[in-house]
Design a binder for this molecule. Structure first.
Ligand SMILES: Nc1ncnc2c1ncn2[C@@H]1O[C@H](COP(=O)(O)OP(=O)(O)OP(=O)(O)O)[C@@H](O)[C@H]1O
Ligand SMILES: [Mg+2]
Length: 1073
């Protein structure tokens, strides 16, 4: 299955791709070829191309069906080269690298304005959000992170000539994940909002989206509350710029506020501030000639001032004077002067820009407080940073903002060069890998801008802080004198550029990595100073508006109680510091790059402007990037990491490898049978040349993980069963303990009750015996007295009692008997009563049928005992054995003899079955003999043990007999005598019985002397004595022949002969002798 997937993936990358999916595979490698490849792919809607693991993204300027959830699933967990290049692939790589290796990641999205950075950052966030789990808590955080985009875009994006949704601020978002890879929060850092856009926009550009969104999207009630009207009424926004999408976007922003967790009051406050900026922008000033001849100003439209004051809860007078006057403090003296109309307008614009800028920073902080990671989970978090910062900008008129933006891009280019090009080469050298050096554009230009001693930024700051007359021209002069000799700095004063008409006198030019840019110095000092007149900050501080006023408001420095004001850091200083913090942050993380390319300047989907793209390819250093990747190795990893990840691929390294990590990697590669030309051992890393080698390793790993999972499953299940068994065992012990306890308690209670009863009886009996003794003694005494008084001549004894006479004695005796009777009755009643009470007491311990159950059990038990005993004492299996064990149980007396009979029949049957057919015949004959002779003939007992031989004289083998052939089979043959009835003479002969007749043969000649057919034999007579005499009764012949009479024979085996004759007759004639 894994192999199939890999094969599919390779096919999709190599066979079905348009052009070349990875520029590393370009052949031949040239700038033109690189551009052609990009163009070909762009024309086929293949907007992503790899350079190793860097994704080059060309803005398609149309929505493509390649971002749906199916696509996300397709790229989930797949290696970079398995599927066609996609932004999801690099997102997946970063996400998995963070989740699996625990390395913080950053995704740097760079490119010029309109190249698609913001869209790319949203796609990365979408992918990462889809990767994590769907629990309610995680879903909430994901939504908050995603919904921060519409809010920040509404307030920080605007339409420019290069991009309809241009980010006018830099954004770096850290998304924090727990160990499971679920987002737990985030942190957004914003950089330098282009606040000048609030008051002025270039031709064809728009103000920030939020102004249009409120004006077009808010309901009439809200608009009334915000004291707003239609778009054309406001000077900061031009009417033709609004578009129908603004209303829709406003609702999206409101719902995004809701999702992030803004309260209703917070949203209202934000909208009021935005509306107030719009209203402030409408305030107009007119020139008024003062008495001293100076130009003062007055407010043209006071009703707007009143509206703004009402909205911001500021006193009208306070705002008016803040806008039209300036108070200066010199030592102890405070001087207030009125401003000219122009100065007042500048003042108003400064206030609007500042309010909007600080409102934007407040929004970012407010979003951060919602998406902040709870402090207890913070430690374990892994971070993925997404950097979407303004792209390189070259306008007709480039000012302070463009200078800062391009400086930022220089920094990012520097980090890219540092990490991908320089570090790559340095790493090969460091690791001792053979390497051919590749030259690359080193943007050392950065020094020109940020050098602390003679950089442009330092000069700018120095000029701003310098006392005396400081203007933009003095700044330019300073720059020319300090930086003039720098090879990337150009100014008209330098002799080299004196004749260069393209370079105006009030501008300087810097040769950036992305090209030369001319910056006009106008407003550089002012914008860098970043200071608001104190009158304005005072007025804002005194506002009762929840966001604007107060110490926690947007203008804390306006507190009138603060007399000594610290100069606020310059914009350049702040920006430089934030850039340096950003770079540090990025350098700590594993970088992933998305290099965005803008295909044309007309925002059209099908136009590919080769020159424009060539320019971007050059300054982004993409070709150098390809060269480095081609010459190098596709994949490298620390030996330790490699062993940790692939240790299951070799029996030597699994489950633990204790040796040197490098040796472990050697084992793994040997075991997976990777060809040695596919990798190189560095000092601390393994370098794998071809991505396919990596796939192979991953493929083996995936297969091995299945086995590992099975083992883990096995152990876990075993553990669970063991634990369950332990629980059951424990439970069983507890149950049996309790049952035993209960049983013993019951037993004890019974014993105790029985002991009490016995005690009662014994005590009662003792008392009774004592009383009887006492009574007996008193009775003896009375008898003695009676005897002495009435029957003895002796002097009567003294009567036992003074009143007793004979009748009285009788009465006494009667009373004594009665008492005795009563005592007995009492004992009987007491015994019954106690019995009854005991039964009553113990009844509850027995079930109604306990007796029956016990009896049944006893019965079964006794039967069991009886059978086991019987089994052990069974007599021998001989049928004539007479012995049978005794039974001591009366209730089995009837069954016992039956069992004996059954047993006897069974052993007879067994005996019978063991007999051979011949033996069976013998025994049948013996049985027949027994029926005939038992108890009738005294020689029978002696004949019993003798076998019935049949042919005693072996006549059947006699040749004469065979010749004579008297016919029939011999059943019996023996020597014997025929006795003449007339003279009683004994004539010896053979007495033979065949299966047809009885024959008498001459002993010598074996001739027949007499022949009697079996049918003719009617009976046989014997004497009861020991002799062998027998009379064979023959039937008289049917014809007239003379009846020869019966035969008198004397045969030694007469009993055998008679038995066989009888059996023969029974078989043949079916009648008994
Ligand atoms: N992947 C994409 N699919 C479709 N359209 C895109 C894509 N990327 C960019 N676009 C189009 O290009 C426009 C400009 O993109 P985006 O705003 O992301 O540029 P940017 O690089 O952020 O510019 P800036 O630096 O001015 O903020 C978008 O509004 C959108 O219409
Ligand atoms: Mg953008």
């Amino acid at each position: 299955m894994v192999k199939k997937l890999i094969r599919m993936a390779l096919r999709s990358l190599l066979d079905e791709m348009v052009g070349v999916g990875d520029a590393v595979l370009l052949e031949p490698l040239s700038e033109n070829h690189f551009l052609e490849n990009l163009q070909l792919r762009f024309q086929h809607d293949e907007i992503y191309t790899y350079i190793g693991n860097v994704v080059v993204s060309t803005n398609p300027y149309k929505s493509l069906p390649i971002y749906d959830s199916e696509m996300i699933e397709r790229y989930r967990g797949r290696n970079l080269y398995e599927l066609p290049p996609h932004i999801y692939s690099v997102s997946d790589l970063a996400y998995r690298s963070m989740k699996n290796y625990g390395r913080d990641q950053c995704i740097m999205i760079t490119g010029e304005s309109g190249s698609g950075k913001t869209e790319a950052s949203k796609l990365v966030m979408k992918y990462v959000a889809a990767m994590s789990s769907r629990s309610t808590e995680v879903e909430k955080i994901k939504q908050q992170l995603l919904q921060s985009n519409p809010v920040l875009e509404a307030f920080g994006n605007a339409k420019t000539n290069r991009n309809d949704n241009s980010s006018r601020f830099g954004k770096y978002m850290d998304i924090e994940f727990d160990f499971k890879g679920d987002p737990v929060g985030g942190l957004i850092t914003n950089y330098l909002l282009e606040k000048s856009r609030v008051v002025r926009q270039a031709q064809g550009e728009r103000n920030f989206h939020i102004f249009y969104q409120i004006l077009c999207g808010a309901s009439p009630t809200v608009l009334k509350k915000l004291k707003l009207d239609s778009v054309e009424k406001f000077s900061y926004v031009s009417p033709g710029d609004a578009n129908p999408d603004d209303a829709k976007s406003f609702n999206e922003v409101l719902s995004a506020f809701d999702v992030i967790g803004f309260t209703r009051a917070e949203v209202d406050s934000v909208l009021v501030l935005v509306a107030a900026v719009l209203k402030l922008g409408n305030i107009k000033f007119r020139s008024v000639a003062a008495k001293n001849g100076m130009e003062n100003c007055g407010i043209v439209n006071r009703e707007d001032v009143v509206d703004v004051c009402e909205m911001l809860s500021i006193k009208s007078q306070s705002l008016t004077s803040a806008l039209t006057e300036r108070t200066m403090t010199a030592k102890q003296d405070t001087v207030t002067c009125t401003l000219s109309a122009n100065e007042a307008s500048y003042n108003r614009d400064a206030l609007c820009k500042e309010v909007y800028d600080r409102l934007f920073t407040w929004l970012v902080n407010r979003i951060n407080s919602s998406i902040k990671v709870p402090s207890q989970t913070n430690k374990k978090c892994k971070v993925m940073g997404v950097l979407d910062i303004y792209g390189f900008e070259v306008f007709e008129h480039n000012g302070f903002e463009q200078f800062m933006i391009n400086y930022c891009n220089e920094k990012l280019q520097q980090i890219f060069v540092e990490l991908t090009l320089r570090e790559e080469q340095e790493e090969y050298v460091k690791e001792g890998i053979e390497w051919l050096h590749i030259d690359y554009f080193n943007n050392a230009i950065i020094c020109l801008i940020e050098n602390p001693h003679n950089g442009v930024l330092s000069m700018l700051d120095e000029e701003c802080l310098r006392p005396g007359d400081v203007t933009d021209s003095t700044l330019l002069a300073k720059l020319e004198s300090v930086c003039g000799k720098h090879e990337h700095f150009e100014s008209r004063r330098a002799t080299k550029f004196l004749a260069d008409k393209t370079l105006p006198h009030d501008a300087f030019r810097i040769q950036h990595y992305a090209g030369k840019v001319t910056y006009f110095v106008e407003n550089f000092i002012d914008k860098n100073n970043n200071s608001l007149f104190r009158n304005l900050s005072n007025a804002a501080f005194l506002s009762a508006h929840p966001l604007l006023g107060g110490a926690k408001g947007l203008f804390p420095e306006g507190d009138p109680s603060i007399t000594v004001l610290k100069r606020s850091p310059t914009s350049a200083f702040q920006f430089k510091a934030s850039m340096s913090a950003l770079m540090k942050n990025l350098l700590l993380k594993n970088p992933n790059y998305i290099r965005c390319i803008k295909p044309n300047d007309v925002k059209r989907s099908s136009v590919f402007s080769s020159d424009l793209v060539r320019h971007q390819v050059r300054y982004l250093g993409l070709l150098e990037n390809v060269r480095v990747r081609r010459a190098g190795y596709a994949f490298r990893q620390k030996y330790e990491d490699c062993v940790t990840r692939y240790k299951m691929l070799s029996p030597n390294t699994w489950p633990l490898w204790h040796g040197a990590a490098k040796d472990g990697v050697k084992h793994i590669l040997l075991n997976v049978k990777i060809s040695p030309d596919q990798y190189e051992y560095g000092r601390s890393k393994i370098f794998i040349r071809n991505p396919r080698t990596l796939f192979k390793l991953e493929e083996h790993r995936a297969a091995a993980l299945h086995d590992v999972a099975t083992v883990i499953q096995k152990i876990w299940r075993g553990f669970q069963c063991w634990r369950r068994y332990q629980l059951m065992r424990h439970a069983q012990i507890v149950i049996s303990k309790n049952i035993k306890k209960y049983q013993n308690q019951q037993k004890y209670m019974r014993l105790k009750a029985a002991t009490l009863v016995m005690q009662c009886y014994i005590r009662g009996w003792k008392v009774f015996a004592f009383v009887r003794l006492v009574k007996f003694v008193s009775k003896i005494k009375i008898l003695h007295w009676v005897k002495a008084k009435y029957y003895s001549a002796s002097k009567p004894l003294k009567k036992p009692s003074q009143t007793s006479e004979t009748p009285q004695a009788r009465c006494l005796l009667r009373a004594h008997k009665l008492h005795k009777l009563r005592c007995i009755s009492v004992s009987v009643i007491a015994a019954h009563w106690k019995g009854y009470k005991t039964r009553l007491e113990y009844r509850k311990f027995f079930r109604a049928n306990a007796g029956k159950v016990v009896a049944r059990f006893m019965e079964k038990y006794l039967v069991y005992r009886y059978f086991t005993k019987l089994q052990n004492t069974l007599p021998s299996y001989s049928p004539i054995e007479k012995k049978w064990p005794a039974c001591k149980y009366r209730f089995l007396q009837a069954a016992h003899p039956l069992l004996r009979d059954i047993f006897h029949r069974w052993r007879c049957m067994k005996y019978r079955k063991s007999l051979t057919p011949q033996r069976k015949v013998e025994l049948t004959e013996k049985l027949h003999a027994s029926n005939l002779f038992k108890g009738k003939k005294s020689s029978y007992p002696t004949s019993l043990p003798k076998k019935f031989v049949g042919d005693h004289v072996t006549l059947s083998t006699n040749q004469k007999w065979q010749k004579v052939g008297a016919g029939g089979d011999i059943i019996f043959a023996d020597e014997g005598f025929k006795i003449h009835r007339a003279n009683g003479k004994f004539v010896s002969c053979y007495v033979v019985l065949t299966n047809t007749s009885l024959l008498l043969l001459d002993e010598k000649t074996v001739k027949q002397k007499c022949h009697v057919t079996a049918d003719d034999i009617s009976g046989i007579s014997f004497s009861p004595y020991q002799d062998g005499m027998m009379i064979v009764h023959c039937k008289p012949p049917m014809d007239s022949k003379k009846h020869k009479g019966d035969l008198i024979l004397n045969v030694a085996h007469s009993i055998e002969l008679a038995t066989k004759i009888s059996l023969l007759l029974e078989r043949q004639t079916n009648h008994k002798l």
